[in-house]
Ligand binder design. Structure first.
Ligand SMILES: Cc1cc2nc3c(=O)[nH]c(=O)nc-3n(C[C@H](O)[C@H](O)[C@H](O)COP(=O)(O)OP(=O)(O)OC[C@H]3O[C@@H](n4cnc5c(N)ncnc54)[C@H](O)[C@@H]3O)c2cc1C
Length: 500
């Protein structure tokens, strides 16, 4: 087919050939231990599902439906006890340092049983990625070690990520849209810190989190140029919980309103602000997009994995139904049309998984994951006894020089092209896998007839849970546009993305 083509004509026909090579590129660069670590992590998630999630998922859904103010503390404590909240905290910040690539398959496992419980666990790492994205090693160290202490003491210390505002959802995740957003969360500089006023909405795990990592704006008329990020504890003066949303699905994971009323944030809890951003190579607006991209390249494939999880869960329900049901005096599983449908559902679940696995390879070469997969650091972390790391790293992480080195390495020196590729693939995985997820849930409900809409067969819960996946971490429409911006537009320079 490619006869007569030189390598340069090949590239013209397929201008972004490297996109299909990212998997191979990264496999060669990743440490060998990674795949063994993924297997162990998934095995632990399966044990958790059997003993905790499956027996409790439907009851939890009913409990939250009847009493939307119910807070699932016991479940949070159980997830904490199993060690999932610290497993992916890097060892340099006191955590277990499991490879980031294993987090996402674990999220799929959780969601193949219950996406609400999956989010209750997984969204911890959304909060954490907002914390990491400013590359402030001092405060990252402080908060991560609080989470580790929360696991040790049995009193969970979780982290929530606060971006969405009543007037800014989709547009809060893209700097080209921020000027249209109705952002109202204002951080006013005062002596020794900031005074924050504003409201954040739909914050997953809000009511169960101790630390809240929030974006705010120093100038509301120029949000993209003045975005800053800070950490605040739930007991701070001026920090208030508002309502908990009554949602159609994922009821196991609270979605909270958070209200800042003259909330004082000391300078030491500021993760990144305008003054620090101005010292970096990129413009403030470009840096704000970099920060957003660091977060979403980790979290969007995570939501893709949630899509793969519900796709698989719905398939499993349909398969079980086909095995135990007769139609026209013949087992459903032996009817050709049912076999075709089950094959299609299997393929949907597999394709959803492929998108996030491929994305995992791409993000493995970018940002935080790239740094942790860098072989010298990877083997250094493996070789160092935790006791030594725990003595050295808190001190090193507090140094201004460490923070500056991280910011230089990651924010100034990483290639824009790598950032685009990672962000584009994260969007691809997010919208493709969640669309496949909801497709399978629809198919399962249809296939199962009246059983499909009965609560105790789980298919209807999968359908309710899956719809939310198309909305958060940027709606699927926004993610399509982001894919276009990152992966298509570079080959069509005349294209204008996010223009009026
Ligand atoms: C269950 C749940 C949990 C959540 N958890 C968190 C959390 O932990 N932290 C957090 O910060 N946020 C969270 N969110 C918020 C979530 O990220 C936002 O809901 C999401 O970004 C969409 O914003 P929106 O709801 O304001 O929709 P809008 O932005 O109002 O969008 C409405 C519609 O318009 C479309 N649209 C908007 N702008 C454009 C555009 N420029 N081009 C094309 N289409 C466009 C959208 O695709 C959508 O169809 C959560 C949301 C849900 C539902």
């Amino acid at each position: 087919m490619f006869e007569g083509m030189t390598s340069s004509t090949l590239l013209e026909k397929h201008p972004r050939l490297e996109d299909v090579m990212c998997s191979l590129d990264s496999v060669g660069k990743m440490p060998r231990g990674v795949s063994a670590e993924i297997r162990q992590a998934v095995a632990l998630a399966r044990r958790f599902n059997e003993t905790v999630a499956r027996p409790y998922a439907l009851e939890l859904d009913r409990e939250m439906h009847e009493d939307p103010a119910f807070i699932p503390w016991d479940l949070v404590k159980e997830i904490n006890r199993w060690g999932f909240y610290t497993a992916w905290i890097p060892k340099i910040f006191g955590g277990k340092g499991w490879n980031l690539g294993s987090l996402i398959p674990v999220v799929e496992e959780f969601c193949s049983e219950c996406a609400g419980i999956g989010n209750l666990m997984g969204v911890e790492y959304f909060g954490m990625s907002v914390l990491f994205a400013g590359w402030n090693t001092r405060i990252t160290d402080k908060i991560c070690r609080d989470v580790v202490e929360g696991e040790r003491s049995g009193e969970p210390c979780l982290i929530a990520g606060l971006v969405t505002e009543p007037g800014a959802g989709t547009d809060a995740e893209e700097t080209e849209l921020l000027h249209k957003a109705q952002v109202r969360c204002l951080a006013r500089k005062v002596d020794g810190g900031y005074v924050v006023n504003g409201t954040k909405v739909f914050i997953s795990n809000g009511h169960v989190s101790t630390w809240h990592i929030s974006t705010a704006f120093e100038d509301l008329s120029r949000p993209a140029e003045s975005m800053m990020c800070f950490a605040v504890r739930r007991d701070a003066k001026g920090f208030n919980f508002g309502r908990m949303e009554k949602k159609m699905g994922q009821k196991g994971c609270p979605a909270s309103e958070i209200i800042f009323e003259d909330c004082f944030v000391p300078d030491e809890d500021v993760i990144i602000n305008g003054e620090q951003i101005r010292k970096l190579r990129h413009s403030p607006k470009e840096t704000a997009q970099q920060v957003i991209d660091f977060v979403v390249t980790l979290t969007r494939p995570g939501v893709g994995a949630m899509g793969a999880g519900v796709a698989r869960g719905a398939f499993q329900e349909a398969l079980a139904f086909a095995r135990e049901t007769e139609v026209g005096g013949k087992p459903l599983i032996n009817q050709e049309w049912a076999q075709c449908l089950l094959a299609e559902m299997y393929a949907n679940a597999a394709l959803a998984r492929l998108t996030y696995m491929e994305c995992n390879h791409v993000t493995g070469l970018y940002g935080m994951a790239w740094m942790l997969n860098w072989k010298p650091l990877y083997y250094y972390m493996k070789a160092m006894p935790p006791s030594v790391l725990d003595r050295v790293m808190p001190f090193a992480n507090r140094l201004q020089a460490t923070q500056q080195a991280f910011r230089k390495l990651i924010m100034d020196w990483q290639k824009d092209e790598d950032a685009r590729r990672a962000s584009g693939w994260a969007s691809l995985s997010k919208f493709a896998a969640t669309d496949l997820g909801i497709k399978n849930c629809h198919l399962a409900v249809e296939f199962m007839g009246e059983a499909g809409i009965r609560h105790d067969h789980r298919a209807e819960k999968f359908l309710r849970d899956s719809k939310l996946l198309q909305i958060y971490e940027g709606t699927n429409q926004l993610n399509r546009l982001n894919l276009f911006k990152c992966l298509v537009a570079p080959a069509a320079p005349e294209a204008q993305v996010f223009e009026e």
